[in-house]
Design a binder for this molecule. Structure first.
Ligand SMILES: NC(=O)c1ccc[n+]([C@@H]2O[C@H](COP(=O)([O-])OP(=O)(O)OC[C@H]3O[C@@H](n4cnc5c(N)ncnc54)[C@H](O)[C@@H]3O)[C@@H](O)[C@H]2O)c1
Ligand SMILES: CC(=O)N[C@H]1[C@@H](OP(=O)(O)OP(=O)(O)OC[C@H]2O[C@@H](n3ccc(=O)[nH]c3=O)[C@H](O)[C@@H]2O)O[C@H](CO)[C@@H](O)[C@@H]1O
Length: 433
């Protein structure tokens, strides 16, 4: 088959590679010339995706995969187009910003020919495939969905860094605008993917028929919103435990010792591209979902809660030297999308503290680009807030942060026994302050 993949980003490029490995002729489209040039040289344009570089180095010289900035080169006569251009959410209004996706959709529609299956994989608000993409593509192409082309939605659920493994492990959810459309989408993905045997799943691993595009759209929003709401609940329990002298981690471990409880962990912030973002997309189409809104808002109060915990030991934070450990939104990733570092630094600065930021995965210059003052292990501080659970932070001790009086461990990773003479505060550890 001839397949076009629109967007050669952290998700689109590994997808293109996967499809080419299955023996299809794949063309990737991206608006960035640099990305296209790197792919065509067989080089990975961004680091961090396991096996990507070595796979590119085989597939590109073999002529199975190439990239272009020109939609006219990639779209006409494609059997399938898979689109994974990002959608953004306005941080203030929580409204989706379709700008990049609209541009990409217009460009592909302008070159669409008959009998193509188009699959959107970008996470979308429920109804977008039917109510936004179908009329836009029909208007520009002059072709009719269901007669001349097929439109489906299939959410991408993989995690960057381990895309190839996740593609085999997770069922591929597909829903179209009609039963026939869904069937064509299923047939497509059965030819693009391989799956591991998963006896733990309620039905066989592979391509799952979601019935409609709306159900497939909602599934991705629901699984990520579930995580946000679950963490919100854990944070609520953590705050209650703090007030009542209870160790919430003992409580959560006890609850989760039977099979019907999966309570997540409280912490300083919920960051990343997905978990803090998709509940907002969900709320856009279901604004009455008060449980989702409350959890999202509760999670957003956690950085201030942790700053207050530091102040409970240090007193007025004005002029106090505080380091935030971890710029990434979680450990082991070099990624700051919606990271808790931003609200934590802001709340500390608002309290008058002298704030520095440390992260073993970022250079000083990279931290400075975000407007942070870099911290170097060994420099004197009054307090620290551990924001990302990088493994390096497990073995730190008071000698590494001379003068430290309080450590707010926002991820429950350090061993307080290593911190003699320092007040170690963990969200939900039951120490009333
Ligand atoms: N990153 C993740 O962990 C992850 C996980 C699951 C699902 N997703 C989904 O994948 C989407 C894409 O994420 P990503 O991490 O690959 O993004 P990314 O930022 O890595 O890449 C986006 C790419 O889109 C390209 N682009 C922008 N406008 C374009 C256009 N008009 N035509 C062609 N290309 C265009 C950009 O140049 C860039 O290369 C997300 O919005 C999300 O819905 C992401
Ligand atoms: C495990 C999981 O579902 N990961 C999904 C998540 O990965 P993603 O990389 O976003 O990571 P996580 O869902 O694990 O974490 C998101 C944020 O929540 C925080 N956190 C996490 C767990 C917890 O118990 N308490 C807590 O506070 C983390 O520190 C982090 O800041 O979004 C991606 C994009 O949709 C999906 O592809 C991944 O499948």
């Amino acid at each position: 088959m001839k397949i076009a993949v629109v967007a050669m980003g952290k998700i689109g490029l590994p997808l293109a590679v996967q499809f080419a490995e299955k023996g299809h002729d794949v063309v990737g489209v991206d608006v960035q010339q640099r990305v296209v040039d790197e792919v065509n040289k067989g080089n990975e344009p961004f680091p961090g995706e396991a096996f990507l570089d070595e796979k590119l180095k085989k597939l590109v010289p073999a002529g199975k995969l190439r990239a272009t900035t020109d939609y006219a080169d990639a779209i006409p006569d494609a059997d399938a187009v898979v689109l994974v251009v990002p959608l953004f959410v306005n941080d203030e209004t929580w409204e989706p910003d379709f700008g990049w996706m609209d541009d990409a959709t217009r460009s592909l529609a302008a070159h669409l020919t008959k009998d193509t299956v188009i699959s959107y994989e970008t996470t979308l608000p429920v109804g977008t495939t039917r109510n936004r993409w179908k009329p836009l593509i029909e208007e520009i192409s002059g072709l009719k969905e269901g007669e001349d082309f097929t439109l489906v939605f299939s959410p991408e659920r993989v995690l960057t860094g381990r895309v190839f493994a996740d593609l085999r492990r997770y069922p591929k959810l597909v829903g179209g605008l009609s039963a026939e459309g869904t069937a064509k989408g299923i047939e497509l993905y059965e030819q693009l993917l391989d799956f591991d045997d998963r006896p733990d799943l309620p039905r066989p691993n592979g391509v799952w028929n979601m019935g409609t595009a709306e159900a497939a759209e909602m599934a991705k929003l629901a699984e990520t919103t579930y995580r946000d709401v679950n963490i919100g609940l854990a944070n609520q329990f953590g705050k209650f435990a703090d007030k009542n002298g209870i160790d919430v981690y003992k409580v959560i471990d006890a609850c989760n010792s039977q099979p019907y409880s999966h309570i997540h962990r409280p912490g300083i912030a919920v960051g990343g591209h997905c978990i803090p973002v998709y509940p907002r997309l969900y709320l856009w189409t279901d604004p009455d979902a008060s449980i989702v809104r409350t959890a999202r808002q509760a999670n957003m109060t956690m950085p201030q809660y942790c700053v207050d915990q530091a102040a409970s030991v240090l007193g007025d934070l004005k002029g106090q030297k505080i380091v935030v450990l971890g710029a990434s939104y979680r450990g082991k990733v070099k990624e700051t999308a919606f990271s808790g570092v931003f609200p934590t630094v802001k709340d500390l600065v608002d309290a008058g503290a002298e704030v520095t930021v440390h992260d073993p995965m970022f250079t000083d210059a990279e931290l400075e680009k975000f407007g942070f003052t870099p911290y170097h292990i060994g420099e004197a501080v009054d307090g620290a807030l551990l924001q990302a659970d990088h493994p390096e932070y497990k073995d730190l001790g008071p000698n590494d942060l001379p003068g430290i009086r309080v450590l707010v461990d926002g991820r429950h990773v350090v061993d307080p026994a290593n911190w003699e003479g320092v007040e170690v505060i963990v969200v939900g550890d039951g120490e009333a302050r």
